[in-house]
Every structure is written in C-alpha cells, then in structure tokens.
Design a binder for this molecule. Structure first.
Ligand code: PEP
Ligand code: MG
Length: 616
C-alpha cells in the first residue's frame, strides 16, 4: 500500500520525504551560476496558494478569459511534462509514488470535467477564469468527499488532487510572482523548483546565503539576476526539491555547482575553509580596483558593468567599473500591476545616471517578452494570449514598435536626464535595419516634442545603439551598422537563437554553448562590420564576464566588455596579463576550428604549456 503523501495540500514532491529514504549526506549537482560558498539551513519555497479575489467579467471578456484559461492549461501541462521527465533521476520508490500522481494531474488538464465546467462557468456565470477554476474544483471536491466509500483517506486524496491541479492552474493564470519570499529566514539557502527573474529581483542578498533551483540555465535572466546580487547560486539541480527538506543543513558551492545536503563534519570543515579562501581572494582582487584595465603591451580595455536593479550601484562603484554598459530597465516594470509613467522613469534614470556621472550609462529600452512573457502579460503590455513561442514572438523592440507609446515614454524619460551625465540608448532584439530606422524616427520625434516643450536637450542626441543578439542581426550587421551608432553584442540570446536552445531550460542546458563556432562566427562578423565603420562595439552578454574568454574576445577586436560588477576584478586581472598580439593569434587559431569541443579545449588551455593533445 502506498503512503498518503497528499494528506496535506503540498507540493507533489512531499511524498518521498520520509526519513528512511533520506541518506545522511547527499550531494546534488547543478550548473554553477554565481560563485561563493553558503552554509545554512534549507528554506524550500512551496508556492503560496494563488489567492485571486473573486471576480466577475462582462460578456466581451468571456472569450479573452477562456483564452487565458487555455494558456494556463498549456503552461501547466508543460510544467508537469518537465516534472515527469525528471522522475528518472529519483529513487525508484519515489518514482512509483509520483508517476501515477502526475498522470492523474495530466488527465485533469485534458478533456476533464474541471476544464469543461470552468470554461462553461466563464461563459454562463460570467466568472473570471481563476474564480471559475476555483468554484469548479471545490464543486468536484465536494462531490468526491460526499461519495459513499469506506476509504475516506482515498476520497480525501482524490479531492486534494483536484484542488492541487486547480491551484497550479490558478498560479499560472495569475501570471505574477506568486511566491512570497519575504519570510525567508536570515542566512537560509533558498531552494525552489523554479525562480522567475521577478522573484529573483525581490531577494535580499544580505539575508539569503544561497539559492539552488531545479530549473534554469546558466545564462537565463534569473541566473544573471542572482549573479548580479552576488548570492552564491546553482540552477538545474535535478532532484533537489525531492531530496531537500526545510530546515536541513546544507553547504552550497556556487563555483563548483554542488549542494551538499545534511553535510557531515568533513564537508562542513571543507566549506569553512572554502569560505575563508573566497574572502581572501576577494580582498586581493579588491586591490585591483584602482589599476587600469590595460594589456601588457599598453592596449586599454573598457570594463563596464551590467545593472539589473539600482541596489547594485554600490557594488558597481566598489568594482571600479568604467560606467554601465547595459542597464536592463525591466526592473522598473517588474513586480507591479501598473506601468511606470514617464515621471517615475525620470526619477529612476536620474538616480542611476547621477550616481555614475561622469562615467557613461547605456540604457537599454524595455526588453519584455520571451522569458519575461508572463510578467509582460500580467502588466498588460503583451497580448493576454502569449503566442505559441514567446521567445520568437512579440519581444524586445518588436513589442515596443507595436506599442509605440511605451517606447515614446521611455525615450522621453531618458532624454530628460541626458544633461545629468553621459548617456547612450540601446535597442533590444533587433533583426532588421528597418526596425532601427523606425525606432530612430520615434526617437527624433520625441526629441523634437521635448524641445518644443522647452526641455533643454544636448544638440547631439545620445547615441542610439543596437543589441546584436539574433543571428539575423549578426548576419545583417553591415546593413544595420549604417542605421546604428554603436553595437552591443548580446551573447546570451545570440547563443540561444543560433543554437535553438532555450537559455533558461535545464533540459537542454548541455547544448547551450556560446563557444560554438556558429556563435563565434556571428560575433566575428558583427564585430568586423562595426570596426570597418569605426563604430563602437562591446560585448555585454555573460561571455564578457568570464576571464577565460578575455583572450578570445580581445583577439576578435573587442575592446569594451560589460558584465556583472562582481566579475570585473577577475576580468581586469586577465586583461592585465595579456598581450594583444597573442590574443589576435589565438583568436585566429580558434576561428579556424569547427568543432565546439576543440574550441573549449583551446580556450581552457590558453596560456597553459602546450601538450601534444592541445596543439592545434
Ligand atoms: C544578451 O542577450 O546577451 C543580453 C545581454 O541581453 P539579456 O541577457 O538581457 O537578454
Ligand atoms: Mg538579450
């Protein structure tokens, strides 16, 4: 007989957490995304019940509401599909426990009474989708519980299965950060199945020792956010939520990508040594702050910071960044139900530009959609129906050109702080020169309108640049360069779109490889297009913050790198140890290769004494 894992409404993983199946010390591996060591107690975040206020709708809202429900069903099926794929990494007993449960959930997301009647309630009772799902699930649960059957525990279990799937649907319908992270105890290691970029933006790095998630990829926006916050973190830890229990002691290593649950004394001692060594290295790197980023043969390299949230400003100052090379403005639009107006944006930009002056700040206009599709829909920016593939849909500049009032407000706000420092503006997810032309027309129109209103703007407007982050933009870089004032190469999306690998999907993370020759060739093509026109070009994807990649990037002709602030000292150290001629030679050698593994080998072996195997 199987135990009753669903006696309490809880995550599906609760079933396997009986002590006899829990080994004493257990190591779970994932992808390291933010370095550092954390020792603390596990705090696993089960999602709070999605409590939407009861809501009625009008006749016109019936169809959009049904479409929302369809979307939420799709998303829920996808989530359950992923959970099913993970089953194979669990102990056999756990698999036997969970597989039928997941099957039951999936069935309820098919042609079930729950969905049929929820859709009917939307149309006939004019209920919002959340309310309809909740009412119908409660009605079904009541029928089950009233059945004449001696197996009361069985009835309760079935009723709870219905409630659980309704909860999942409603969480997805709400499409907002539905997890409260405010109650995480100080010093805890946060464990979650998945963390959205918006969730990560709410984390307080002074309270949270570490983060480990089941989902995610190394260069997903959540990973970027965690790196920016300097919280030791790992993603794609398969099986973690099944093995970790709230209150368990754990050691997380964000450099090697391991989390040791219930560590023995040996592991604890090792972690303490690691902590001390990490602090020592930090202190050593801090000394580099005042030194220039200059190669041994005198070539200056500009090292700038990427900024996700204003809380990072002190870190950026500490790191000695020469300005902000990528200000992701999404933070202004996250975790809120309305849109920030022009005034609110002016205040935010003024604070950042003022703090950085006289150093340059490159403000990227809103890059909503894609991974941040749910937030964009919740904010009412993107259509409520997300489209079949958000990463290929209305994202970045496309969305802004479709909603020009958003772009106009953002351009206006940025231009209004142009006299507070040195500014540049960056357009995300461009694929054609015409998109840049259209954006520039709006930009010029906004500037004319502000001037008419008496706002003093510099005679020469801040440069308008383009993110090169799609293969289309990279291959059309020569034409796009004629419309742009500068390029910033976004290697995160460039790798994703080139290799057809979602950057945040743990299932395919082994295929995500920015060193793939296809990605490098696109980078080279775009860089050369810019350099031919003597146009500034930088790299602002996660590649820029990896000291091992510096020789290759410099060798390709890049002289400006923008990265999360905490990477700057290590990258500076790498720059100061290099000769440009060596880098150029090295890049030529790398670019002759067509095997990604060989390129990895070359990059990792740079500067090491050559072995027979490493000779290329
Ligand atoms: C990129 O795609 O490389 C990039 C810098 O943009 P983001 O990570 O914000 O998508
Ligand atoms: Mg991008």
């Amino acid at each position: 007989m199987r135990s009753d894992p669903r006696a309490e409404p809880a995550r599906s993983g609760e079933a396997v957490k009986t002590d006899k199946r829990r080994p004493k010390e257990q190591v779970v591996r994932g992808i390291p995304v933010a370095p550092g060591i954390a020792i603390g107690a596990i705090y696993d975040t089960t999602e709070a019940p999605a409590e939407a206020p009861r809501r009625r709708i009008s006749e016109e809202e019936v169809e959009p509401e049904r479409a929302r429900l369809t979307d939420a069903v799709k998303l829920s099926r996808k989530q359950l599909g992923k959970l099913k794929m993970r089953l194979s990494v669990l102990p056999e007993e756990a698999q036997e426990e969970l597989a039928p449960l997941l099957d039951a959930y999936v069935m309820m997301l098919g042609n079930s009474r729950l969905l049929r009647n929820a859709a009917r309630r939307i149309g006939e009772e004019h209920l919002a989708a959340e309310t309809a799902v909740l009412d119908e699930s409660e009605a079904i649960a009541a029928t089950i519980l009233a059945a004449k059957d001696d197996d009361k525990a069985g009835l309760l279990r079935r009723a709870q299965e219905v409630r659980e799937i309704a909860r999942r649907l409603n969480r997805n319908l709400l499409a907002a950060p539905f997890r409260s992270l405010t109650g995480v105890p100080a010093g805890a290691i946060l464990v979650a199945e998945e963390l959205t970029p918006a969730d990560a933006a709410l984390l307080d790095p002074s309270r949270i020792a570490g983060v480990a998630t089941e989902e995610g990829g190394a260069d997903g926006h959540t990973a970027i956010m965690l790196r920016a916050l300097g919280i030791p973190s790992i993603v794609a830890c398969h099986g973690l939520t099944e093995s970790a229990q709230r209150g368990d002691q754990a050691v997380l290593d964000g450099t090697t990508g391991t989390i040791v649950l219930r560590p023995g004394q040996g592991a604890l001692d090792k972690a303490k040594e690691g902590l001390a060594a990490f602090a020592k290295e930090r202190a050593k790197l801090a000394k580099l702050r005042q030194l220039p980023a200059i190669t041994r043969d005198g070539e200056l390299v500009e090292l700038q910071a990427n900024l996700e949230i204003p809380a990072e400003l002190p870190l950026i100052a500490q790191a000695g960044a020469q300005g902000i090379g990528l200000l992701r403005t999404e933070f202004l639009f996250m975790n809120r139900e309305d849109l920030p107006d022009e005034e609110a944006q002016v205040i935010a930009y003024e604070q950042i530009v003022g703090a950085m002056a006289p150093d340059e700040v490159t403000i990227r206009v809103l890059d909503w959609g894609g991974e941040k599709d749910l937030e964009a829909r919740a904010a009412g920016i993107a259509p409520t129906h997300g489209g079949p593939n958000p990463a290929l849909g209305l994202r970045g500049l496309r969305l802004l050109l479709k909603r020009p009032e958003l772009l106009e407000a953002q351009f206006a706000a940025i231009l209004r702080v142009a006299d507070k420092g040195k500014l540049r503006i960056l357009l995300p997810l461009v694929t054609t020169p015409n998109e840049v032309k259209q954006a520039r027309e709006i930009y010029d129109r906004v500037a004319r309108r502000l001037r008419r209103r008496g706002v003093a703007l510099p005679e020469k407007l801040p440069p308008l640049g383009v993110m090169i982050e799609t293969p289309g933009a990279a291959l059309a870089a020569d034409a796009i360069a004629l419309e742009a004032d500068f390029f910033a190469i976004g290697t995160n999306d460039l790798a994703m779109y080139t290799l057809a690998v979602d950057r945040a999907d743990a299932e395919v993370s082994h295929l995500y490889d920015p060193l793939h020759p296809a990605v490098l060739r696109l980078m080279q093509f775009a860089t050369e297009a810019a350099l031919r026109l003597r146009m500034p070009v930088s790299v602002c994807g996660e590649m820029a913050g990896n000291p091992r990649l510096v020789p290759l990037l410099l060798g390709l002709g890049i002289r400006c790198l923008s990265m999360n602030a905490s990477s700057i000292p290590r990258v500076k150290q790498a720059v100061r140890a290099l000769d440009i001629d060596d880098c150029a030679r090295f890049a030529r050698r790398v670019m002759e290769q067509s095997d990604p593994e060989r390129i990895q080998e070359l990059v990792m072996g740079f500067g090491q004494p050559a072995t027979d195997k490493a000779k290329g």
